[in-house]
Design a binder for this molecule. Sequence first.
Ligand code: SF4
Length: 489
Amino acid sequence: MKLILTGHDYRYAVEQSLLAFFPTERPVYEGEDVSQAAVALTLEGDCAAASTELAVNGRTARGAFQTRLPERADEYERERLKQRAVKLSFFAAARSLTGVTPAWGALTGIRPAKLAAGLLEEGLTPQEADRVLRDTYFVSQRRRRLCLECAQAGLEAKRELDPKEISLYVGIPFCPTRCAYCSFVSNSVERSFHLVEPYLEALLKEVESAGALVKDLGLRVRSVYMGGGTPTTLTAEQLDRLLGRLGEAFDLSGAVEYTVEAGRPDTIDAPKLAVLRKNGVDRVSVNPQTMEDAVLAAIGRRHSGEDICKAMELVDRAGFPHVNMDLIAGLPEDTPQGFRRTLDRVLAFGTDNITVHTLSLKKGSRITLEGSRIPTEAEVAEMLDYADPALRREGFAPYYLYRQKYMSGSFENVGWCRSGGTGWYNIYIMEELHTILSLGAGGSTKLVDPEKNRIERVFNMKYPLEYVQRPEKIAANQRAFREFYAARG
Ligand code: SF4
């Protein structure tokens, strides 16, 4: 669809609105296109007025939205209000043209719970915040409930944080094979086995220098998350070396949570799990994504649903206090019936965390290129409509949620837990509550100053080889980390 923006350059806001209604359309700014959206913004005094003229397949519709820009609002708030006016005008036009109201209404951001948390912090009751989500943003009843529950979990987590606390992320960007939908920086070990050991050696050095830095700045580690990739692609001996070094370099005695992703069942064995337990890991995440063999094959996994059951027996025997399992709604070749069977089987494992993702197909994912059969938006909606009440019936409540670009149906990813099973790191990172120091390749350190509402990101080297070859980047990132805390005081 051709986008014509006048009086503003809120491309991202308009593109997000476009995807919510027309997921197969891609924005273009040059040339001609059969569909077109002209989105204008005018400012007069303290008023911002946005209008959208939509033309799709010979049909047209118009939407408008006006808002006041309060004098006391700072530049950040004024920008937010102007973008909101633009999105709401697009929403009004698209809704009138299609007759459809998306599940998330006019809410397009990645973190819907952040908006709800802001409303609650302003002093609104949950009922009042619910009305804002309904009347201003047209969010469906089920999503409003999700949003408010996650916002409340986020505020609870925020109340317990100390400004001197940070979390640690450790990236292991290797997997046994690459999943078809993968958009992470992950190398299959089949192709990059030779890099694992040099990568680990470089990482051990970074662990040491980062530990000294954190100590020097008087910071304390509140949670640790090792992800990737699949950390359990490493051998038991390699894991022991890494976790041992982490324990020596950082004081983890005050950490409320230590998670390691044991994502792929084909990487799990008893010696590795014993190493994790010995080193203080109290939460693992096993991510089958589906229990259906045909779907596992379609996404490039070389294991069966039965292998997942065997891996879960080992995890159970190892005695982790908390276990998460990740599922994805909307995988190629899956059906609502298949997803239902998967969720029922996963519920039977009795874990205290289940995360339900919706498939997001970013550019470059193999499936996008190969054109496998992807479930329709209505089928994905059916899967999620089954998951929500089924999880609640089993005693789960949602505690964090986020959305991504190019998600099926523009839906959401939701972390669910039983009482006492909250995965704190997930809330800290999603709600941007405190600094996450990221070690290894592929990640980024997020520096957060909650008092000044300031967030900075420092990117690590993307790929294992450049991470190994460019240690000076680690040193530069650590300098940026130190400077941020020096400025914060
Ligand atoms: S397990 Fe995760 S990180 Fe690894 S290839 Fe599959 S999707 Fe990518």
